[in-house]
Design a protein around this ligand. Structure first.
Ligand code: HXC
Length: 277
């Protein structure tokens, strides 16, 4: 459904773009004509991904960074804007692990909050300041999780941080919308990545967890990448501040009072019908 040049002329920076969902979005952006920049902590991973995603003479730029370091973020943004302004920032870098919340050390809490909440904020402000100073239009897309609004046990710092990033995106939509800057979010359900599955899904629970939603499957990366492509494209120019969920209805199932009735058989339903006199 996409024009092959949907993102032509757009310079897109993805944090955490060397692997996982960031890499899948980057691949799709390049296919649709974008000029891609990726950053992350491991230069060797970035270099491998850049070589893999390159199409023709469109090289993929790489920059190693830990977004928890605000000064390093400023330097990275100088690099990203050096050959002209970026048009799109994708806040994809994250950190997360499952733990009983009462066992978390303050360093454990900080490690997640510093990446997801503080790091995302540093990167967003660094891009926004440059766009505002030059009058350039821009789009920020943040990758959240549906527990940004439901909260979730066992990933509490991540839930707090994602909620904060949602508030950041909603706030800036209003504050920066008049300057031509859109801020949008995606809340994905389960889309398998090594980083997330290693840290979040106990091996004995993988199958049940993956089939837990109403569609009984996980998301395919291309489904997320296509949604991201639309949201950062000019086709979505009037979408600002919203968060689009892509989870097959999974969080609504968790929230709905009677979803367990899906387990009833036809015979059980028939037996419960009132008998005609
Ligand atoms: C308890 C833990 C822990 C665990 C780390 N810590 N892992 N505590 N249980 N499983 C504690 C450490 O003991 C330490 O505290 C503190 O956290 C910092 O740990 P480090 O390993 O030194 O931190 P660092 O190297 O900076 O790594 C950050 C990280 C790590 C967040 C802990 O997991 C990481 O780098 N993650 C990046 C990739 C990632 O998480 N991807 C998944 C994102 S999925 P002490 O007190 O001992 O010093 C996602 C959305 C999921 O975000 C949505 C699903 C639907």
């Amino acid at each position: 459904m996409f024009q092959p040049d949907l993102l032509k002329g757009k310079r897109i920076l993805i944090t955490g773009g060397g692997s996982g969902l960031g890499k899948s979005m980057g691949r799709r952006f390049v296919e649709l004509g974008a000029e891609l920049l990726i950053c992350g902590r491991r230069q060797e991973v970035l270099a491998e991904t850049a070589a893999e995603l390159k199409i023709g003479n469109r090289a993929v730029g790489t920059h190693s960074i830990d977004i928890r370091d605000a000064e390093a973020v400023e330097k990275m943004m100088d690099w990203a804007f050096a050959d002209g302004p970026i048009d799109v920032l994708v806040n994809n870098a994250a950190g997360n692990f499952i733990a009983k919340t009462e066992t978390l050390s303050h360093r454990a809490v900080d490690s997640v909050l510093n990446i997801v909440l503080h790091g995302t904020t540093y990167v967003t402000l660094a891009a926004g300041r440059r766009w505002i100073a030059s009058g350039h239009k821009g789009t920020v897309l943040s990758i959240l999780a549906t527990y940004a609004w439901t909260g979730s046990p066992y990933v509490v710092p991540s839930a707090m941080a994602k909620a904060g990033v949602l508030a950041l995106m909603q706030s800036l939509a209003v504050e920066w919308g008049g300057k031509g800057i859109r801020t949008v979010s995606i809340a994905p359900g389960p889309f398998p990545t090594k980083g997330a599955w290693d840290r979040l899904v106990p091996p004995s629970m993988v199958d049940a967890w993956e089939k837990a939603g109403p569609m009984k499957r996980v998301g395919e990366h291309i489904e997320l990448a296509n949604l991201a492509s639309y949201l950062v494209s000019d086709m979505a120019a009037y979408i600002n501040g919203d968060c689009i969920t892509i989870d097959g209805g999974r969080w609504l199932q968790g929230a709905s009072m009677f979803h367990h009735l899906s387990q009833l058989s036809e015979e059980q339903w028939a037996a419960m019908r009132p008998k005609k006199a």
